[in-house]
Design a protein around this ligand. Structure first.
Ligand code: AMP
Ligand code: MG
Length: 272
């Protein structure tokens, strides 16, 4: 079961993150039965639901949870499992694909800022502004100088959100190349999953080391104590889901949210 101390998976700011230092499999103490994981996830889901209702009621803070990872790392899956217990009121999921013609004529944060949470909201990003320093870098669509500029823009953007009361929590779902092979094969074998496959999934797999390097650099350049990156072991789906649910609960608990006081004197209310 994931522990409540997530520091071993926190990416040190301005450090030299090496993804090979992080296991894709759960640590020894993370071994548990399917039933135990289910119970932990249900427990975290209940807490998440209560915390999110307070976030929604108080409207003093917001939360943006960013999910990044190689294809099949489990971005869709973790969103489905972790947020099933949460009321859709005040929660929004946004996915980012290849920019449209209009989007690509704007600065890269334009479409992202438009979908950022307001205070009172929890927003989940399935891919994000990080694609603009990852796939673009690997595919040679931007040069080194532009990439460095974008890291700075990202740091300033996330700091702007933080100053507005919005915390940004970033999860890199870390899978091994062999686990990806199994998951891609499972998609090829199941006609109901064919819609999920794109030619880029296979092209991106062929440049795995280049993606790994781009992730390592981006995570090191943009992890901060206020907007941290965590490397989530994601080869095991139940462990991944429990880990992420616990991390979000902890982030919301740290906000010390308070239910707002009534705006009028309730003792004077007389029900007819
Ligand atoms: P999926 O998340 O599987 O639906 O795939 C979305 C695709 O859009 C992935 O191949 C991403 O790499 C790609 N994508 C997302 N954002 C960008 C971006 N800013 N520039 C180029 N490609 C992107
Ligand atoms: Mg995909």
């Amino acid at each position: 079961m994931p522990k409540t101390d997530y520091t071993p998976w926190y990416v040190l700011p301005q450090g030299k993150c090496q993804l090979s230092d992080f296991d894709t499999k759960p640590p020894a103490e993370g071994q548990a039965s399917a039933k135990e994981f289910e119970e932990h996830l249900a427990d975290m889901g209940e807490k998440l639901d209560k915390l999110q209702s307070t976030l929604h009621a108080a409207k003093t803070r917001g939360l943006l949870v960013v999910f990044q990872g190689m294809d099949t790392a489990g971005k869709d899956g973790v969103i489905r499992s972790v947020f099933t217990h949460v009321s859709p009121l005040g929660v929004r999921a946004e996915a980012f694909g290849v920019p449209t013609d209009l989007e690509s004529r704007h600065d890269f944060l334009w479409r992202i800022h438009a979908k950022a949470p307001a205070r009172g909201e929890m927003v989940i990003f399935n891919r994000s502004h990080y694609e603009d320093v990852l796939v673009t870098r690997v595919r040679g669509l931007i040069d080194e100088e532009t990439c460095q500029q974008r890291y700075n823009h990202i740091l300033h953007f996330e700091s702007l959100l933080q100053d507005a009361g919005i915390t940004v929590l970033k999860c890199y779902l870390h899978i091994s190349k062999s686990e990806q092979k199994k998951r891609l094969q499972a998609r090829l074998d199941d006609p109901r999953k064919h819609w999920k496959l794109q030619p880029s999934d296979f092209d991106d797999r062929d440049v795995w080391p280049e993606f790994t390097r781009a992730y390592e650099e981006a995570l090191s350049a943009t992890s901060t104590p206020e907007s941290p990156w965590y490397v989530v072991p994601a080869d095991s789906k139940p462990y991944r889901d429990s880990f992420v649910a616990g991390l979000i609960v902890q982030t919301l608990e740290n906000m010390k949210l308070k239910t707002p006081k009534p705006t009028f004197d309730l003792s004077k209310v007389k029900l007819s």
